[in-house]
Ligand binder design. Structure first.
Ligand SMILES: [Zn+2]
Length: 270
C-alpha cells in the first residue's frame, strides 16, 4: 500500500521520521508553510524558511524515495501585523518558480481577527494572479465554526475556482459546509486532541469519500507522522475495501494535487 501525506510539517521532524513514513508507504509529502514553533522576528526569517522548504527538505525526503512538495504563505498566527505580513508576502513570488512549490498555503484564520482576514484576502489575490491552488487552515476549537464561515464568505467574494481550494482541519460540524459548497476538505489527525482516527472514519462514513483527504500535520506539538496509515488501518478494521482505503489515502490527494502545475506522481509508481 502506498499513500500521500498531504500536510506534514517536516521542519519539526527528524530524518528518522522520513524513514518511518517511507517504510509505511509514503511516496509524496506536502509541507504547507506555517508557524515554526516560534514567531520569526524579521522577513529574512521567512526567506530562510522558504529556502528550507524548497531546497533542504526535498533533499532529506529524496533519500527515502519520497517526493517533497510545499505551499508558501505567511501563516495567520504571524499575520496580525499587516505591514510585517505584506513584507513577507512580497518575498513569495521569487520562490514560485521552485520545482516543488504547489501553491499558496496554509493561509486562513487563527483568532478570526480583522487583520488576519485582510491578509487572508491578499493571499487569495496572489493565488489568483499566479493561477495557483490554495490550501486553507481553519482555526481550532471554539473559533472553528465562525472562522470557517468567515473563510467561506471571503472565498465566495473572491470568486475562486472551488475545485482548486482545499480547506483543512475540518471536523463533524464544518465538513458539510465545505463539501456542500464544492471545496475539497482535509481532516487533520492528532493522537490526543482534535480529530482521532475513529472520528475521521466516522466523518468519512457520514459525508462520503469524495473530495476529502486525511493528513497527520506531524508538527512541533504532540502529533504522529504515521497518523494517516493508522487511520487507514481503522478503515480496514471497519471492513472498508482496500480500493476505498487507497482512494482516500492516495487517489484523492493525487487528484487534487494534479491540479498543481508542479505535482508529478512519484516515479517509483510509474
Ligand atoms: Zn499545518
Amino acid at each position: 500500500m502506498h499513500y500521500i501525506e498531504p500536510h506534514g510539517h517536516m521542519v519539526s521532524r527528524t530524518t528518522a521520521d522520513y524513514e518511518s513514513i517511507a517504510q509505511a508507504g509514503c511516496v509524496a509529502l506536502c509541507e504547507p508553510a506555517f508557524w515554526a514553533g516560534y514567531d520569526r522576528s524579521s522577513p529574512a526569517g521567512f526567506y530562510d524558511y522558504y529556502r528550507q522548504l524548497t531546497e533542504y527538505e526535498p533533499r532529506r525526503a529524496a533519500q527515502f524515495g519520497i517526493d517533497h512538495y510545499c505551499w508558501l504563505c505567511i501563516n495567520p498566527k504571524e499575520a496580525e501585523d499587516p505591514s510585517f505580513a505584506r513584507e513577507v508576502m512580497s518575498i513569495i513570488p521569487e520562490f514560485l518558480d521552485c520545482p516543488n512549490v504547489l501553491g499558496i498555503g496554509e493561509i486562513g484564520l487563527n483568532k478570526n481577527t480583522k487583520n488576519e482576514l485582510a491578509i487572508f484576502e491578499e493571499h487569495l489575490e496572489i493565488a489568483q494572479k499566479y493561477d495557483l491552488p490554495i490550501l486553507i487552515h481553519t482555526p481550532h476549537l471554539e473559533d472553528k465554526l465562525k472562522g470557517t464561515k468567515l473563510i467561506l464568505d471571503a472565498l465566495k467574494n473572491a470568486n475562486v475556482d472551488r475545485g482548486r481550494v482545499v480547506i483543512d482541519h475540518v471536523e463533524e460540524h464544518t465538513a458539510p459546509l465545505v463539501l456542500d459548497q464544492g471545496y475539497w476538505a482535509g481532516m487533520t489527525l492528532y493522537p490526543i486532541s482534535k480529530c482521532t482516527a475513529a472520528r475521521a472514519v466516522d466523518i468519512l462514513e457520514t459525508f462520503g469519500m469524495e473530495q476529502i483527504w486525511m493528513n497527520s500535520a506531524c508538527d512541533w506539538g504532540v502529533s504522529d507522522p504515521l497518523a494517516v496509515v493508522k487511520c487507514a488501518l481503522e478503515m480496514k478494521k471497519r471492513q472498508h475495501t482496500l480500493t476505498t482505503v487507497q482512494k482516500v489515502i492516495f487517489e484523492n490527494p493525487k487528484e487534487f494535487l494534479s491540479q498543481c502545475p508542479n505535482f508529478k506522481v512519484n516515479q517509483l509508481l510509474q
